[in-house]
Design a protein around this ligand. Structure first.
Ligand SMILES: [Zn+2]
Length: 113
């Protein structure tokens, strides 16, 4: 399961950070998840709760911030939010938008105690 592998990756980062800071536990993890990252947030939450059991990150709050899908038009240079997966530039109607954000998945910040 895709989300389970992601949850394990997040846990690794969280535990490593806690260790580096000589913290006893991980309190909070903030994630940035692009609209097009292909991640089911509810499923990820469930997996995160499962993999953190019995670790220093057990009970950590998982905050997920969605990043909108933004494309830039190579013809007119406009940056705009991609609506309903329509990649034709709504401004000049001739360029195909190139994705500049919305595919990311990363740990934005961590709080450890
Ligand atoms: Zn355009």
């Amino acid at each position: 399961m895709h989300e389970m592998a992601l949850a394990e990756g997040i846990l690794d980062i969280a535990l490593k950070t806690a260790e580096e800071n000589e913290a006893k536990r991980v309190a909070r993890v903030k994630l940035l998840v692009g609209e097009m990252a292909g991640v089911e947030c509810e499923s990820l939450r469930f997996c995160f709760a499962a993999v953190t059991k019995g670790t220093a990150a057990e009970g950590a709050e998982l905050e997920i911030e969605r990043v909108p899908l933004i494309g830039r038009c190579p013809l007119c240079g406009k940056e705009q939010q991609v609506e309903r997966y329509s990649f034709l530039c709504p401004s000049c109607r001739s360029g195909a938008l190139e994705i500049i954000s919305g595919r990311e998945l990363r740990v934005e910040s961590l709080e450890v105690d």
